[in-house]
Write a protein that binds this ligand. Structure first.
Ligand SMILES: C[S@@+](CC[C@H](N)C(=O)[O-])C[C@H]1O[C@@H](n2cnc3c(N)ncnc32)[C@H](O)[C@@H]1O
Ligand SMILES: [Zn+2]
Length: 378
């Protein structure tokens, strides 16, 4: 092994990676979970979609880990690209290391050039920071499945002023910031796809501390693109009591938007445009869970947790952060399960959320949630 490199294993794939994190030939071991989730999702996608030749385009590949794993673990033809010459050399080495010369190929181009040269069934964008500089070429190229990472969570969540500039949307820094960022990103991707007469249906969308990841089924057609755009809207949020009110673009155009909070009477702030539709497909999550049995994944338990929590999450935009609610009410938080039980016992639907271990979703109003929380600690 050349000095400065180590041999690693992810899934059933051997990888030569830099011993330390660096920008050229970038490899972050902490993203193994995200890559394991992707392998489960790709396996599910390949199982459900009719058999045909498909190419997976890994446009910003670093060591090539995503494309090499897709080829090695799922037998998908992979076109693996990075602008850095050092990364390109490493991608070639990793292809050879796994005996994938017939199935995977390395490219050394700017990602926008690489994606503009061909249509690919599956496109993966895994950039440093924002995917926006590559979004248009990815949306033009992709025909079936689009995977997108964003690591610029601060602008996406409203914690940095670059949000409007990058995503043509105004986020708000709320307690449900991970879902805010995910839905702002989804909105931006859906608008870009619509310009190419394509529509996206989220199969899985989740966020961790430093990244948002989207797995989107792509379909062509102007009418489908219009329908996807109709799932965009806004959310009015009250920073006084934590109340929120999602509303569609049509609501905005056709009627006066109520800016008073119907709970505490305070002024509400508005975030958007963002995606308000479902962020996961239940059948797809089940298929990905079934696919786990045939896969060798180092992070299997965590992958299972993400897939199960997503599958069972209520299809309602925006989770509540249990601890933030309790802080406002000046009460001690109970275990999350007890809160879910109390909400259900009061006649509401309630679920965990993939975005936060201390968050939950419910169809109860903020008034009712507060009532239930107060009642359950006494
Ligand atoms: C976050 S890293 C990729 C990590 C990799 N996908 C993984 O899972 O380990 C982003 C990569 O994009 C490459 N890159 C940056 N700008 C690029 C461009 N314009 N075209 C192609 N590659 C680029 C960098 O060299 C870097 O390897
Ligand atoms: Zn309020």
């Amino acid at each position: 092994m050349r000095a400065g490199f180590v041999l690693r294993r992810e899934g059933s794939t051997k990888l030569k990676v830099p011993a330390e994190i660096r920008r050229s030939a970038f490899y972050n071991p902490k993203m193994e979970l995200c890559r394991d989730v992707d392998i489960a999702c790709l396996a599910a996608f390949l199982r459900t979609a009719p058999k045909k030749e498909r190419r997976y385009a890994d446009a910003l590949a670093g060591t090539g880990v995503r494309g090499v794993r897709a080829a090695n673990e799922l037998g998908v033809a992979a076109e693996i690209n990075d602008l850095s010459v050092e990364a390109y050399t490493l991608i070639n080495e990793n292809i050879r290391l796994n005996g994938l010369e017939g199935l995977a190929r390395a490219h050394n181009k700017d990602a926008n050039v690489f994606l503009s040269e061909h249509r690919y069934e599956i496109v993966d964008l895994d950039p440093f920071g924002s995917p926006v500089p590559f979004l248009d070429s990815a949306c033009r190229s992709v025909t079936e499945l689009l995977l997108v990472t964003a690591t610029d969570t601060a602008p996406l969540c409203g914690a940095h002023p670059a949000g409007p500039r990058k995503y043509e949307a105004i986020p708000l820094k709320t307690e449900y910031h991970r879902e805010m960022g995910t839905r702002i990103l989804l909105g931006a991707v859906i608008r870009r796809l619509a310009a190419h007469e394509k529509a996206a249906t989220p199969l899985l969308a989740y966020a961790r501390r430093h990244f948002v990841r989207l797995v989107l089924k792509i379909e062509r057609g102007a009418r489908r693109a219009d329908a996807a755009l109709r799932r965009l809207g806004f959310v009015a949020h009250c920073f006084g009591c934590g109340n929120r009110r999602p509303f569609s673009c049509e609501d905005l155009l056709e009627s006066e938007v109520e800016r008073r909070c119907d709970h505490c009477g305070g002024g509400m702030k508005i975030a958007g445009p963002l995606y308000l539709g479902s962020i996961r497909d239940e059948t797809f999550c089940n298929e990905a869970l079934r696919a786990l049995d045939g896969l060798e994944l180092g992070m299997r338990r965590q992958v299972e947790k993400i897939l199960k929590t997503s599958r069972d999450e209520l299809d309602i935009p925006f989770y509540y952060e249990h601890h933030a609610l309790c802080k406002r009410l000046k009460i001690t938080p109970l275990p999350l399960e007890a809160v879910l039980e109390a909400l259900r016992a009061a006649g509401f639907s309630a679920s965990k959320t993939v975005f936060s271990d201390t968050g939950f979703k419910t169809d109860a109003s903020i008034e009712k949630i507060n009532e239930v929380l107060r009642r359950s600690v006494t």
